[in-house]
Ligand binder design. Structure first.
Ligand code: PEP
Ligand code: MN
Length: 338
């Protein structure tokens, strides 16, 4: 339920509504827009009993939110959410941020080399997994903390932000300490205990869509983080399972405009995992920008044939650079930049 305050509502009126909601054991989320102040009610409205919020001074309208996700919904927050990453970068503005780097941090040389190349081509955020969710227990599992250290070194050297995956509550403190953006992978989208824990963390979160998750399930996962108190959620479409086997997954680009219609959260697209074949990554990055994505996640490896993870979908630094030139032109045509 959201409470829309009248244009002439005073601060006292606003606080009156907040106090009344809190007295009923509910949480009130205040959103002061340019034109209207909206108060979102968090919790079960049954707690209000029969109390009519409409009758309080300064209240214009009380609207139920029909979707099961509340804080993630567009009705809860009219303006688009802009997620700050560190002091000098935001996601969800006219600048489209490209997060690029290898699937996994394999060595210091590999990561520093890739970081320099993607930085020169215009990426602003470096990706690389230190804790890797692999389908096979025999496959390379990532360098762990050593990988985080290497990412931190690359951040210092090249002035990039970093995004890396957390797989488990036990490693959340260490990943949080190192990274600028915490990535929740597709396999953990419905790890509700992890989501609850991340709701308490003061770092932006890149929440990947689950392998077979509907848009509603994905937004409900975001709701766990938002309702826990962390409002800096970035959604990432990374392909879903379908009957098609030519590609690794089916990249659902329709999710970009749909999620932006349903939610105020920024949306990033990851065509690398969505398609799984490097040749088709650039065309789908171009399409993602055209569809309105606020960012891209792209795997880049200095030598894809030798990659320990996801080589088949990784771009070489040279191909990445060519793609960035095309993306810049598409973004400019849409009044955005990269
Ligand atoms: C990744 O980004 O390397 C990754 C494992 O992604 P996903 O969770 O989308 O498979
Ligand atoms: Mn990968």
């Amino acid at each position: 339920m959201i409470v829309i305050m009248a244009d002439n509502a005073t601060e006292e009126d606003i606080q009156g509504v907040v106090k009344r909601l809190e007295a009923a054991g509910l949480r009130a989320h205040l959103s002061r827009g340019v034109e209207k102040t909206i108060i979102g009610l968090i919790g079960d409205k049954v707690r209000l009993g029969g109390f009519a919020i409409e009758a309080l001074p300064g209240v214009e309208e009380v609207i139920p939110i029909l979707q099961p996700y509340k804080m993630a919904s567009r009705s809860f927050r009219a303006e688009r959410t802009v997620v700050p990453v560190g002091e000098d970068l935001v996601i969800g503005s006219e600048k489209i941020h490209v997060m690029a780097g290898p699937c996994a941090v394999e060595s210091r040389e590999q990561l520093l080399y890739t970081a320099e190349k993607v930085r020169a081509a215009g990426a602003t955020i470096l990706r690389g997994g230190a804790f890797k969710p692999r389908s096979s227990p025999y496959a390379f599992q990532g360098l762990g903390e050593q990988g985080l250290n290497i990412l931190a070194e690359a951040r210092e050297r090249f002035g990039l932000k970093i995004v890396t995956e957390v797989m488990d509550i036990r490693t959340l403190p260490i990943v949080t300490a190192y990274t600028d953006i915490i990535q929740i992978g597709t396999r953990n989208m419905q790890n509700f205990d992890l989501l609850k824990e991340i709701g308490q963390v003061n770092k932006p979160v890149l929440l990947k869509r689950g392998l077979s998750a509907t848009i509603e399930e994905w937004l409900m996962a975001a709701e766990y983080i938002l309702s826990g108190g962390n409002s800096d959620v970035i959604l990432c479409e990374r392909g879903i399972r379908s009957f098609e086997t030519y590609t690794r997954n089916t990249l659902d680009l329709s999710a970009v405009p749909i999620v932006k219609h349903l939610s105020h959260l920024p949306v990033v697209v990851d065509p690398s995992h969505g398609i799984g074949r490097w040749k088709f990554v650039a065309p789908m990055c171009r399409a993602a920008v055209a569809a309105g994505a606020d960012g891209l996640l792209v795997e880049v490896h200095p030598n894809p044939a030798e990659a320990l993870c996801d080589g088949a979908q990784s771009l070489t630094p040279e191909n990445f650079e060519i793609m960035m030139g095309d993306l810049r032109r598409i973004a400019a045509a849409l009044g955005r930049n990269i």
